[in-house]
Design a protein around this ligand. Structure first.
Ligand code: 0RQ
Length: 503
């Protein structure tokens, strides 16, 4: 790694992962780079997990979003995490969160960095920032790798910085990043991003070299994950989405090349993006957080002019494709801190088309993205709220059923609300589209049930709605008709019988 540490004086700080991990004390708050299983530190967390296994203590872990198994997985297995924020997807930590072993604070990603800077979080401050780097510059600044996440703010606020220089990450990543940390109130200035490709910051994370206490070399690769193949149901959903956007262009509400696209993470979001590849749209732009395979496909198909995000989140195949063609992709991709990629001000200014995935939606258009049956944490809100609340057009996608049809993704009342009906412009499933703009709740219910619900569940949902309407009309309380004793009956039936279907 010596060549990658360009500041000669800093080379004296190169130590083993074990030596660096030995610095971490029980109860410390650690802020790491990483957003999805990309660009997170690996060697120091693995060494820390080994130490915790022997010495039995806990730390608080603050990241950009989800990270790889070397962090959430290994540290959870040794019971080493007390507090975790702001997003996760690892099965081990999910179990620990849902059994009460880990205190998890699920946050809008755009505000997680400033919460660290404001001193709002447990422990109030970050003791140690651990950041993965492709290189360290002559000045001691840090060149990030496949994600930026919250690393710039964690470096800024931490007392001590540990840099993991990862030689599996190509040096060609240098130049892809645009690092900008806003000033805090009361002197905050406008964030000057006016197009997805506007460059506003530096290609490195500014860092006072005196803060860098240890540098560790590693070649452990990002543990990217495969995506589900785009099946027929997903294709239908993507087709419905494109038809809906076609209508917007025809109606003159959107330009011929649409507006900057944002799409969430996961199988549904990737499938949605796949719809654009064979569409008529050209010169598309993307202003999003995660850059998945679908975006590489759009670049390869010549459909995409530029993509701004905070993280590259390819599948293993996509990762190979990216590394092999990095010089081409680099011209069209920029990675920013998540505070900027997801920034409410910028999302509103650019007029982003926000396309996120729901776990379930209710007949009035409220969306649950985080808690299965209202109690089991899945991943977290991630950036979905940042984009949904500020988008030009806010769309939620979901397949109409889950778990082989035993769960209806459209329910009378969601068991938890992440996105209130006021921000939801449209719901798209493989069945169709409910355009909810300017529509009152009673009309919304009919649109969502008839256009989006699975035919198998439509009669049950309509029966609920009609009885709720009658009962609330009689009392003059029918703005949003509900039968409180039955509102969660689909969920109760699922818990009791294993299916939402009436047997
Ligand atoms: O379960 O994992 O046991 O197979 O949820 O579902 O259909 O594969 O969809 O990968 O797109 O994830 C909402 C979780 C969807 C995700 C969610 C079960 C289903 C399966 C996954 P298994 P799919 P996806 C950008 C923006 C919130 C954060 C966000 C998410 C698993 O998109 O976390 O949008 N979103 N961030 O069987 C019970 C239901 C269900 C259900 C699906 N109604 N009830 N289980 N599942 N619907 C990203 C970031 O911010 C970083």
């Amino acid at each position: 790694i010596t060549d990658r540490v360009r500041n000669k004086a800093l080379r004296d700080k190169i130590v083993s992962a074990e030596e660096a991990a030995a610095f971490i004390k029980p109860g410390m708050s650690i802020g790491t780079s990483g957003f999805t299983p990309s660009g997170y530190p690996k060697a120091v967390p693995l060494a820390l997990a080994k130490r915790i296994e022997k010495e039995h203590f806990k730390i608080n872990l603050w990241t950009g979003a989800s990270v790889g198994p070397e962090l959430d997985g290994e540290l959870t297995k040794v019971d080493g995490i007390d507090f975790r924020m702001p997003y996760q997807t690892n099965k081990d930590i999910q179990k620990a969160i849902n059994t009460g072993k880990v205190s998890y604070c699920d946050l809008d990603l755009s505000s997680s960095a400033q919460m660290a800077r404001y001193g709002f979080m447990k422990g109030n401050k970050i003791d140690v920032a651990i950041v993965e780097a492709a290189a360290i510059t002559e000045e001691g600044n840090i060149i990030p790798t496949t994600s930026v996440g919250n690393a710039p703010s964690y470096v800024q606020t931490a007392d001590v910085v540990i840099v993991e220089v990862n030689t599996s990450q190509p040096l060609a990543l240098e130049g892809m990043h645009d690092i900008y940390v806003p000033l805090d109130p009361p002197y905050r200035l406008p964030i000057p991003v006016v197009r997805p490709d506007t460059r506003i910051g530096t290609p490195f994370i500014p860092c006072d070299p005196a803060k860098i206490k240890f540098i560790v070399g590693t070649d452990i690769t990002d543990k990217v994950r495969p995506l589900a193949p785009v099946d027929d149901v997903a294709k239908k959903m993507a087709g419905n989405l494109i038809d809906f956007l076609d209508g917007e262009v025809k109606a003159g509400r959107m330009p011929q090349n649409l507006l900057p696209l944002q799409s969430g993470v996961g199988n549904v979001a990737n499938a949605a993006l796949s719809g654009f590849i064979n569409s008529k749209y050209e010169h598309l732009t993307v202003y999003t957080e995660v850059i998945q395979d679908g975006i590489f496909d759009m670049i390869d198909a010549g459909k995409l002019d530029f993509a701004s995000g905070t993280s590259l989140t390819p599948s293993p195949d996509g990762q190979k494709r990216f590394y092999e063609n990095i010089e081409t992709y680099k011209k069209k991709i920029m990675l920013r801190p998540e505070e900027i990629s997801n920034n409410p001000e910028v999302v509103r200014r650019l007029g982003v088309i926000a396309m996120n995935t729901a776990i379930e939606a209710d007949i009035y258009g409220n969306i649950n993205s985080t808690l299965v049956n209202g109690t089991r944490m899945m991943n977290g809100i991630g950036g979905s709220g940042d984009f949904a609340r500020n988008g030009y057009l806010t769309i939620f996608l979901t397949q109409s059923t889950a778990k082989n049809g035993d769960i209806s993704s459209i329910v009378p009342m969601v068991s938890h609300v992440d996105h209130g009906q006021q921000v939801v412009d449209a719901i798209v499933t493989e069945q169709g589209v409910a355009d909810l703009r300017g529509v009152c709740p009673r009309e919304r219910a009919k649109l969502i049930i008839n256009n989006c619900a699975n035919p198998e569940y439509r009669p049950l949902l309509m029966d609920y709605y009609e009885r709720a309407l009658k009962a609330t009309m009689e009392k003059g309380v029918a703005h949003t008709p509900h039968l409180l004793k039955e509102a969660l009956s689909f969920h109760v039936r699922l818990a009791e019988t294993g299916t939402m279907k009436v047997k």
